[in-house]
Design a protein around this ligand. Structure first.
Ligand code: C5J
Length: 226
């Protein structure tokens, strides 16, 4: 099957594909988390939630593999390099106590995936200490074991963790599709630039499409066995 995409149709086979949802966690989407401590308007990111929900529901109904990531550090911050913690001028740094618990620390309330996109049993949930989903995680191994060659990406932020993860995936040989209306940045111009550079030069990193281009293709597949 082919999905209409930019710069050209994306070859799609569900059993070889995983839906990778990057960092749709309260720390980035809700007030009081890491995103807001950096001075950002989190409402921009919250706007993509309905489109992400629609894709996730269609993907689950078709029986596809789902991977959720969270940007998360160990409680002792042993996996958080000082260069990452000290960068910028946030009102709260990684590991500091905020209104939703310690910022970007595993297990804290703010580190949970937002309820609207909460993982269900059988889905992979990975904590990642870096911006990329492959750095210091077993993601590549898990995907290889599952026979996955194609990755469909959603999540935040487009130019940071989503773009980094797509580039890591591309270098490992995966064909990657980014759903444009299911990703967002605190900086709309950065989202636009990232989307354009990922698909430039003949899909040098990957393809882009919209949820409206993917969902009918998923709906046309036989429903997953209970
Ligand atoms: C950032 C992310 N922006 N998930 N993390 O620090 O994109």
């Amino acid at each position: 099957m082919q999905i209409a995409a930019i710069p050209f149709d994306y070859p799609f086979e569900l059993r070889k594909s995983a839906l990778v949802i990057i960092d749709m966690q309260r720390d980035f989407i809700e007030p009081g988390g890491f995103g807001e401590t950096l001075g950002n308007d989190v409402n921009l990111l919250a706007a993509i939630v309905p489109a992400c929900q629609a894709v996730l529901a269609a993907w689950r109904a078709a029986g596809g593999l789902v991977v959720h990531t969270r940007e998360a550090h160990a409680a002792d911050l042993s996996d958080c390099p000082p260069a990452k913690r000290n960068r910028g001028n946030p009102s709260l740094r990684i590991g500091d106590a905020g209104p939703m618990g310690r910022i970007l620390v595993t297990g804290e309330p703010g580190n949970q995936i937002i309820p609207a996109l909460a993982p269900v049993p059988g889905e992979i949930v990975l904590d990642k200490p870096g911006k990329g989903a492959f750095y210091a995680t077993p993601l590549h191994q898990l995907l290889q074991q599952a026979g996955i060659t194609h990755l469909v990406f959603m999540g935040v932020t487009t130019e940071v963790c989503v773009q980094t993860s797509m580039r890591e995936a591309n270098d490992r040989g995966y064909d990657c599709l980014l759903l444009e209306d299911c990703t967002e940045s605190y900086f709309p111009q950065f989202k636009q630039a990232a989307v354009e550079m990922l698909r430039a030069q003949g899909a040098i990193v990957g393809w882009t499409a919209t949820s409206a281009q993917l969902i009918p293709a998923l709906a046309a597949l036989p429903a997953a066995q209970g």
